[in-house]
Design a protein around this ligand. Structure first.
Ligand SMILES: NC(=O)c1ccc[n+]([C@@H]2O[C@H](COP(=O)([O-])OP(=O)(O)OC[C@H]3O[C@@H](n4cnc5c(N)ncnc54)[C@H](O)[C@@H]3O)[C@@H](O)[C@H]2O)c1
Ligand SMILES: [Fe+2]
Length: 358
């Protein structure tokens, strides 16, 4: 198809305190005897007030998801198998957490209705059946995972999403109040994921007015919150949550670019997390995004953020090769960033030199 025809999130709730409406929103989706499963970020374990606000009814269950490492296909398969064994069927899965939990909940919902392993569905349009009803409630802003049609999973052979029309949430509930406890560094790294989505989308060759409209708005919001020079306020949380949403919509019809392509290599080999990995790369790619990188560096300085350096020091040739293979495999990202002729521009020598700088 020449033009994309993509499935979007079906229902969107937004507002400070909107979490209080969760019970009412999910009520019509409850099936007799089948529980709602609340997948909570482990940050909210050990007596956090948010856990006590989860609207439990009947045999509903709360599961705290360990997101020390980004989601793996094995973790998804285990959760789905345990839920099938315990309940047979469930009414829905409600993910409450950062981007990792957003992805985990989408994937578990899909695997409750699809046979085999989630690793079988890493790729484009491989998922066969719709998942169970799924709701996303983000507690960090930036990834856009709340709106995207993918769920990024590390599998046995690759790190790749289950991209499909069945992947987007049926409902998202955007309540900026839930992001207020995020430490400044984490908020920055995840927020920069959004900023970098905007820079990559807006300077990319895939850009069209659909992507640009959302990307421009998201970029303005990111600049407002990270370059204001003022103390962080509730209003900044409100803005960053909408930036994440708009940034996600922008890449829905375009693509990400150099920072993501390079950071995927770091993540695959070294386990570097998505947000911080993108920041590590962004620090060194002024050649590709001159204005975007200059403003990024201002944001880092103004917000007093530490960006790690030297993470590739001492790696072997073989390890560099692995990262380069992962990175160069992300063809649409490079094509978006550098055009159809990208292979002549981003040679292996050039990419190796870039990895050595990180
Ligand atoms: N599906 C997509 O389209 C898409 C897009 C971009 C990124 N991602 C994925 O998102 C993940 C990264 O997400 P992220 O940057 O939101 O981080 P994250 O979800 O990995 O969480 C980072 C840390 O913050 C904690 N945390 C979560 N909410 C918090 C809160 N309110 N206060 C304090 N701490 C909190 C978590 O427990 C974790 O320790 C990666 O797995 C990446 O692959 C997915
Ligand atoms: Fe990203």
């Amino acid at each position: 198809m020449q033009f994309r025809n993509f499935k979007m999130v079906s229902y969107v709730g937004y507002g400070r305190g909107a979490f209080n409406q969760l019970d009412e929103i999910i009520a019509p989706h409850r099936k007799a005897g089948a529980p709602m499963i609340f997948l909570l970020d482990h940050f909210f374990d050990n007596g956090h007030a948010l856990a006590s606000r989860v609207p439990l009814r009947g045999n509903d269950k709360v599961i705290f998801a360990d997101v020390t490492y980004e989601p793996k296909t094995t973790q998804v398969d285990k959760l789905a198998a345990e839920l099938k064994a315990e309940f047979g069927t469930v009414s829905g899965v409600i993910g409450i957490g950062g981007g990792s939990v957003m992805d985990l909940a989408k994937a578990v919902s899909l695997m409750l209705n699809n046979p085999g392993s989630s690793a079988d569905y890493q790729g484009w349009d491989l998922v066969k059946f719709p998942g169970v009803y799924k709701v996303g409630v983000p507690t960090l802003s930036g990834t856009g995972a709340e709106v995207s049609r993918t769920t990024v999973l590390t599998g046995p052979t690759r790190k790749l999403g289950m991209n499909s029309d069945f992947t987007p949430y049926d409902q998202i509930l955007l309540d900026p109040e839930l992001t207020k406890d995020a430490p400044a560094n984490q908020r920055f790294y995840t927020g920069m994921d959004c900023y970098i989505h905007c820079i990559e989308s807006l300077t990319g060759t895939y850009l069209n007015e659909f992507s640009k409209s959302y990307g421009d708005k998201a970029l303005d919001l990111c600049r407002e919150v990270f370059l204001s020079g003022k103390e962080w306020t509730n209003e900044d949380d409100d803005k960053l949550m909408m930036a994440s949403y708009a940034g996600g919509m922008s890449i829905a019809y375009s693509q990400v670019g150099v920072a993501h392509a390079v950071s995927y290599g770091l993540s695959y080999l070294l386990g570097t997390k998505h947000g911080i990995g993108n920041c590590i790369v962004m620090n060194h790619i002024g050649e590709y995004y001159p204005e975007g990188v200059t403003a990024f560096k201002q944001m880092v300085a103004q917000n007093n953020i530490h960006i790690p350096e030297g993470i590739c020091a001492g790696l072997s040739d073989e390890q560099f090769e692995t990262m380069m293979n992962v990175s160069l495999g992300m063809k649409p990202l490079w094509e978006n960033a550098l055009g159809k002729n990208w292979e002549a521009i981003m040679t292996r020598e050039k990419l190796r030199a870039l990895y050595e700088k990180l």
